[in-house]
Write a protein that binds this ligand. Structure first.
Ligand code: ADP
Length: 352
C-alpha cells in the first residue's frame, strides 16, 4: 500500500519547484493499513507558502482513492529543522539576532521609513543592539535618514564565505538596498532581481550579535514581502499608517498578509503617524487635520494593538533631511517613540 500511495502522491506538484512532492523530497513518511493512513510532509523552508495548499491536495487525493478510510487520513506538515535547511554551505548571518521586526505600511509616504529609523534609534537608546535592513526597493531612504548615503559596503571573506559589511551609524548596523542601486534604477528592477538582491542582503550582511533587527519593507503587499517573509523568521510586524489611510483596504491587506495561516507573523500593532499638528506658538493645541482616533478605532475593530501616535512635527521632517533621526534632538518626539518602542519590546517578550 505504501508503494501505491507513493505513486499517487507523485501527482501532487510543488508550484514553486515544479517537481512532484515525492521526487522533490517533501514526503517524509507514509504509514498505512486497512484502517488508517498517515502521511508526513517535510518542507525545506521554515515557512513554505505552499505548505497548506499541498497538505489539502494530499488529503483530498488520498480520500478520493481510499474512501473506506477517508475519515482516518492524517497529513502532518513538519518544518525543516535548521540543520536540514537547503544550501547548508551558505550560512546565514541572522542566526545571532534575537528578534526580527518588520515595519510595513499600506501605502508609500505615510512615514514608514521615518518611523523605522526613529524606532531603531529609540531601541538603541534603551540599550539594545540594533540593526536596520532597508528593504524598501522602491524608495530606499535609510541611507539619507542616517546621513550615510555615500557608504560603499565592503565585502569580507571569512572561512571561504563572502560577507557584506554594514554601515554603522550611531551604533546601529545599517544595510540598505540603496547602497547598491541608484534611486533612478529602483523602479526598473524586476521582481526576481530585487528578491535575489534582498536575499543576499538578508543572509550575507555581517550583522553580528543583535537584540533587534528592524526591516523597512516596501509599501503594500507583494512578492518582495512574501520572499522576505519566507527567508526569515520574523518575530513580529509593526504597521505604520496615517489617520486617513488607516481604514483603507491597503492597511487591512497588510494586516491580513501577516496573519495569513501560511505566514503567521504576529502583528504587534499599529503606529499612527502624522496624527495631529501642534503649532509652535500654541504648544497646547492639537489640530487633528486628518481626523481623530481612526487608528485606535480600527485597532479595536480588527483586534490589533494600538502602539502609539506621533504628531506632525517639523523636527521629524528636518531630521530625515539632515540625516539625524528626530528622536536624537527633540525630547517631545523621543517621548512618543519611547512609548511605542516599549510596547514593541513588551509584546515581543510576551510572544517568547
Ligand atoms: P514612507 O517610508 O512611508 O514612504 P517617509 O518615512 O519617507 O515615508 O516619509 C515621507 C515624508 O514625510 C518624509 O519627507 C518625512 O520626513 C515626512 N514625515 C514622516 N513622518 C513625519 C512626521 N511625524 N512629521 C513631519 N514629517 C514627517
Amino acid at each position: 500500500m505504501q508503494t501505491e500511495i507513493t505513486e499517487l502522491l507523485k501527482n501532487v506538484i510543488h508550484p514553486e519547484t515544479g517537481e512532484n512532492i515525492v521526487d522533490g523530497g517533501f514526503v517524509d513518511n507514509i504509514s498505512a493499513d486497512d484502517t488508517k493512513i498517515t502521511v508526513s510532509l517535510r518542507f525545506k523552508k521554515a515557512r513554505d507558502p505552499f505548505a497548506a495548499k499541498i497538505k489539502t491536495q494530499v488529503q483530498t487525493l488520498l480520500a478520493e482513492h481510499y474512501p473506506a478510510v477517508a475519515e482516518h487520513i492524517t497529513v502532518f506538515v513538519k518544518e525543516a529543522a535548521p540543520a536540514a535547511a537547503p544550501r547548508p554551505e551558505r550560512r546565514t548571518t541572522t542566526e545571532r539576532i534575537d528578534k526580527i521586526v518588520a515595519v510595513a505600511s499600506g501605502k508609500g509616504g505615510v512615514g514608514k521609513s521615518t518611523v523605522t529609523a526613529n524606532l531603531a534609534v529609540t531601541l538603541r537608546n534603551m540599550g539594545y543592539r540594533v540593526g536596520l535592513l532597508d528593504a524598501d526597493i522602491y524608495g530606499p531612504s535609510q541611507p539619507k535618514m542616517f546621513g550615510c548615503e555615500g557608504y560603499i559596503p565592503d565585502a569580507e571573506r571569512i572561512d571561504g564565505q563572502d560577507y557584506i559589511v554594514p554601515a554603522e551609524v550611531k551604533g546601529i548596523k545599517l544595510m540598505s538596498i540603496g547602497f547598491f542601486i541608484r534611486p533612478t534604477d529602483a523602479l526598473l528592477w524586476r521582481g526576481a532581481m530585487a528578491t535575489n538582491a534582498l536575499k543576499q542582503l538578508v543572509h550575507q550582511t555581517l550583522w553580528g550579535e543583535l537584540d533587534f533587527l528592524l526591516i523597512d519593507l516596501p509599501p503594500g503587499t507583494g512578492d518582495i514581502h512574501l520572499s522576505i517573509i519566507s527567508e526569515l523568521k520574523i518575530d513580529g510586524a509593526v504597521i505604520v499608517s496615517t489617520p486617513q489611510q488607516v481604514a483603507v483596504a491597503d492597511v487591512v491587506r497588510g494586516v491580513e498578509m501577516f496573519r495569513h495561516e501560511n505566514v503567521n507573523i504576529p502583528v504587534l500593532g499599529i503606529i499612527e503617524n502624522m496624527s495631529w499638528f501642534t503649532p509652535a506658538e500654541l504648544p497646547d493645541n492639537r489640530y487633528y487635520i486628518f481626523g481623530h482616533g481612526g487608528a485606535k478605532r480600527y485597532a479595536a475593530e480588527c483586534d490589533v494593538d494600538f502602539l502609539g501616535d506621533i504628531p506632525i512635527i517639523q523636527s521629524v521632517m528636518e531630521g530625515s533631511d539632515e540625516g539625524i533621526p528626530a528622536v536624537e534632538t527633540d525630547g517631545a518626539v523621543s517621548g512618543f517613540y519611547r512609548q511605542a518602542a516599549e510596547k514593541v519590546v513588551y509584546k515581543l517578550s510576551k510572544n517568547g
